[in-house]
Design a protein around this ligand. Structure first.
Ligand SMILES: Cc1cc2nc3c(=O)[nH]c(=O)nc-3n(C[C@H](O)[C@H](O)[C@H](O)COP(=O)(O)OP(=O)(O)OC[C@H]3O[C@@H](n4cnc5c(N)ncnc54)[C@H](O)[C@@H]3O)c2cc1C
Length: 413
């Protein structure tokens, strides 16, 4: 059999899962190459615990090499361009050819898209940003904290709500609840609109219980670092003492230059197969635009949320499909739109939302009662994800597998 090269660009959640599963499925004569610009991998869902001081950066980061199975070639480089016609990508001065390409470049943050935001805001969306925010929260003497979703779409629909509740909980534990007001602003009409009104109402209740003031339909237009003021479209300005923002997101520009994106800059894929318009190019995770049933506004169709749980599931599907295609077997594996999310609220408690995002006429997502189990499940998942290989990983994987069957959690590990 002729050797083939599968090139995966982006070694985050989706890229890692694809590379590792593919290495299990394909004999060594097939080359699996993973291109990633960073030497270290950091687990983003743990940034919220980093923010509250419950994790240190080194506890949630690993050298990429440790995250990858033997037999996957890592190229540490920044991809500069993709040439789908000639089947190659450029890295600085060199080029890499491929037979199959997987786009797993994630979403970039663009704080500069909103005047004043980059200068004024802390963020819990990068490792470095979260460390700075943690330090600012440590010394915060009291006042108004604004957590702001500055634009849609953004990664992890639960994260801003979790961040606001965890910040409120942090100051409650310090005995400063009376001195600190936490406000959450979003352009969305309700928390996690993709999951429907009942779930949104339940999350609103959680926010209220935690003392977080929720401000929907607030579209941020600018920030004044001097007067510490947020400006919103058609709303009153708001004064803050500390600002923690989710910056606007965009897809890496090189994909647009390669003609792989839609008007909004994201990569459209077939929702079942995750194929782009090129037969030999798949895309997965945050970089994709994947339509789902339902409407965001009357004229705007809903898109699958950007979340690690989907990048992970899609990585498994892409790996299986690629392995079958390469072996000449008809590929049957499809992405079914199942997903879940543990919503941390503080006090070692979490909610659990799960469901079918492809359900008609709109996603069917249910929220289960707050509990310690969901928090422990999230901790267990973190430990499993960050355990490189070997017995510990297998034991944690087994525990997760049993737990997910017992609690009927969609997905596999
Ligand atoms: C604070 C926070 C909390 C979150 N919590 C959750 C959660 O609880 N559950 C959940 O499901 N999701 C959560 N997420 C979202 C989750 O982290 C992302 O959805 C997930 O990482 C997407 O995976 P991906 O593979 O598409 O992209 P990423 O994991 O972002 O990986 C993309 C990779 O591509 C690399 N890259 C980009 N451009 C280039 C280039 N030009 N050349 C080479 N490499 C490049 C990047 O360095 C990166 O490693 C959270 C995110 C944040 C920020």
């Amino acid at each position: 059999m002729k050797s083939k090269t599968v090139l995966i660009i982006g070694g985050g959640i989706g890229g890692l899962v694809t590379a590792n599963r593919l290495r299990q499925l394909l004999p060594r004569q097939y080359h699996i190459v993973l291109v990633e610009k960073n030497e270290q991998h950091s687990f983003a869902p743990s940034f919220l615990w980093l923010m509250t001081g419950e994790r240190r950066p080194e506890q949630i980061s690993r050298p990429l090499r440790q995250m990858v199975r033997p037999g996957v070639k890592i190229v540490q480089a920044q991809v500069g361009s993709v040439d789908p016609v000639n089947q190659r990508v450029t890295l600085g001065g060199s080029q890499l050819a491929y037979d199959y390409l997987v786009l797993a470049l994630g979403a970039e943050l663009a704080p500069e898209a909103i005047p004043g935001l980059a200068e004024a805001a802390y963020t819990f969306y990068t490792l470095e940003g979260t460390v700075k925010l943690r330090d600012a929260l440590k010394t915060f003497g009291g006042g108004t904290i604004a957590v702001v979703v500055s634009a849609v779409p953004y990664k992890c629909p639960g994260a801003p709500h979790e961040a606001a509740m965890l910040i409120a909980d942090l100051f409650r534990r310090k005995g400063m609840a009376e001195k600190v007001d936490v406000h959450l602003f979003t352009p969305e009409p309700q928390p996690m609109p993709v999951a429907g009104p009942a779930l949104g109402e339940a999350v609103k209740q959680m926010l209220t219980t935690k003392g977080v003031s929720f401000h929907p339909l607030h579209k941020l237009t600018s920030v004044s670092p001097q007067s510490q003021e947020l400006s919103f479209e058609g709303k009153e300005p708001f004064h803050y003492d500390l600002l923690a923002a989710i910056p606007p997101h965009r897809a890496p520009r090189l994909l647009k230059e390669a003609g792989l994106t839609n008007e909004a800059g994201w990569v459209p894929v077939d929702r079942a197969t995750l194929k782009t318009r090129y037969e030999n190019i798949y895309a997965l995770g945050d970089v994709t635009a994947l339509p789902i049933p339902g409407r965001w506004k009357p004229d705007v169709p809903m898109a699958l949320p950007k979340a690690g749980v989907f990048a992970h599931a899609q990585g498994l599907v892409v790996a299986r499909r690629l392995a079958d295609e390469i072996k000449g077997i008809a590929a049957k594996e499809t992405f079914c739109g199942g997903g879940y999310c543990m919503l941390e609220v503080g006090e070692s408690l979490a909610g659990f939302a799960s469901g079918d995002f492809f359900a008609e006429p709109a996603p069917d997502v249910q929220l289960r009662k707050l509990g310690r189990t969901w928090h422990l499940g999230k901790v267990l998942f973190e430990k499993w994800w960050l355990s490189p290989t070997g017995l510990r990983r297998r034991a944690l994987g087994l525990a997760l597998g049993i737990g997910s069957r017992f609690f009927k959690v969609p997905g596999s590990f």
